[in-house]
Ligand binder design. Structure first.
Ligand code: MN
Length: 313
């Protein structure tokens, strides 16, 4: 997806920002196009990163108004990996590398932008089918930022069950399971779904920061209930996240080692300086990211950019 809630100024995201032991951050909500609700969890003005995860949008659930309800025209990315994970619906990905891939729930699309890639995403779900998913970005560590772009589709990801919670691991490591997808940092990303009312003790790496996003149902930790409109962030220093989950409850878990670099985010770019952002914007406007063959329509125009970064969003 593209960053559809974009301000004119880049957002500065300091690495190794102090992360409290437990803090909730309200989501920012927008309605786009044909009634698609997007709730932005990251970046938040007081919590820009969780490990190397720098972007988390939750979209839907919403009944499809027909194919191309979601129609994200070709747009560029640099310096990040995009993770598309669906709970409902189907999305068709096309990119400037020539990949043409349909994604369904339980499957992973991972695009490594490296020094630059362009892609489009269009829903193909028929009228009435539920569109629901998350889009995440991982900031690439410095040495990987000039990497060749790449795209991976995984038709399934590791699945296992802990304390009656079914877990699908789409990124990194959890409970001695490993995702086959290629990430460049110590990371975790997973969907958790309770089979029945249960108490989960989730083993995690104490050097990682984590966050939980409630997708459906009801869950609570020892300090209180999780809310549908807040991201719960848990700082490093714990090796177990205890959760009570009602039957059918679904959560997204993300986490990882705190990023050791300061980054700047604007539109669909993750960089280190405002100058790099301006250069990437110019390169896109001059057609230097390559063609997305097969897409019916015009590529996106970059939004206006004010050069001076600001803290927060
Ligand atoms: Mn995108």
């Amino acid at each position: 997806m593209s960053n559809l809630i974009c301000d004119a100024q880049p957002i500065e995201c300091p690495g190794r920002e102090h992360c409290p032991a437990r803090q909730e951050y309200p989501l920012r909500s927008s309605i786009l196009g044909e009634g698609l609700q997007i709730q932005r969890a990251l970046p938040h003005r007081e919590r820009r990163l969780v490990g190397p995860w720098c972007f988390l949008d939750h979209f839907g659930p919403v009944p499809s108004t027909g194919p191309r309800m979601i129609n994200v025209a070709p747009h560029p990315h640099i310096g990040l990996q995009t993770v598309t994970w669906l709970f409902g619906g189907e999305i068709h990905h096309l990119d400037s590398l020539g990949f043409d891939q349909l994604i369904r729930p339980g499957q992973l699309n991972l695009m490594t932008a490296g020094r630059g890639v362009a892609h489009s995403e269009e829903s193909t779900s028929p009228t009435g089918a539920m569109m629901h998913g998350v889009q995440l970005w991982v900031a690439l560590p410095g040495p990987m930022r000039q990497h060749e772009p790449a795209f991976e589709h995984h038709a399934s990801v590791p699945k296992f069950t802990i304390d009656d919670v079914d877990i699908q691991l789409f990124a990194g490591e959890l409970a001695e399971h490993h995702s086959p997808a290629h990430f460049w940092s110590q990371i975790v990303g997973a969907e958790l779904r309770a089979r029945k009312d249960t108490e989960l003790s989730l083993p995690v790496y104490p050097e990682h920061e984590h966050a939980l996003l409630l997708i459906d149902g009801h869950a609570r930790d020892p300090k209180g209930g999780l809310s549908h409109d807040q991201l719960l962030v848990i700082g490093a220093g714990t090796d177990c996240i205890p959760l009570q989950m009602d039957a059918g409850t679904r959560l997204i878990l993300i986490g990882g080692e705190p990023l050791d670099e300061d980054i700047v985010i604007w539109w669909n770019f993750v960089a280190r300086t405002a100058e790099e952002i301006e250069q990437a914007r110019e390169a896109w406007q001059h057609g230097e990211f390559g063609q997305v063959d097969g897409y019916q329509g015009e590529p996106m125009t970059a939004p206006p950019l004010e050069g001076r970064p600001r803290a927060g969003r």
